[in-house]
Design a protein around this ligand. Structure first.
Ligand code: FEO
Length: 166
């Protein structure tokens, strides 16, 4: 069992994860259009992971006998000024998502929703990793500046990324 407010907040988070999945598809397409296939791959994997996060919530809500309401998903941006800008937008998205997860954690404690509190711990750890990995790439991009050979090497490196979560 889960209280209505907690279920509704988790349902909203389900929608936010789907939005993130679409945003990262949009960023992947931006990179595809520039033949930066490693970056495009990185964001396909990122998008799959976000879909996986949404599905974790989907499954959990069913496990605790709550109903899923399919949320309207806003259109994500599809224009980015540069590689750095796309990663800045990604970091912004992840920071906001961390805040959203913390709000859910606070609510679970306030309402004595202990099972949900435990469920959310996976997301807390995941956000630390996600922010760190995006920050690292952003720092590398800032180091690279206009060096096309270095960008090519980073693109090659990112083509190796494979999904690590379901
Ligand atoms: Fe589902 Fe990137 O957080």
């Amino acid at each position: 069992m889960i209280n209505k407010k907690m279920a509704s907040l988790l349902n909203e988070q389900f929608g936010k994860e789907l939005y993130a999945s679409n945003l990262y598809l949009s960023i992947s397409s931006y990179f595809e259009n520039q033949s930066l296939e490693g970056f495009a791959n990185f964001f396909i994997v990122q998008s799959d992971e976000e879909h996986g996060h949404a599905m974790r919530i989907f499954d959990y809500l069913h496990d605790v006998d709550a109903k899923i309401e399919m949320p309207a998903i806003a259109k994500p941006p599809d224009k980015f000024k540069s590689t750095v800008h796309a990663f800045e937008e990604t970091l912004k998205q992840e920071k906001q998502n961390s805040k959203d997860i913390y709000t859910l954690v606070k609510q679970s404690l306030k309402d004595n929703e202990f099972a949900t509190h435990t469920f959310l711990q996976w997301f807390v750890s995941e956000q630390v990793e996600e922010e760190a990995s995006i920050k690292r790439i952003l720092e590398q991009l800032n180091m690279i500046g206009n060096n096309k050979s270095a960008l090519f090497l980073l693109d090659k490196d990112l083509s190796n990324r494979k999904a690590t979560t379901e």
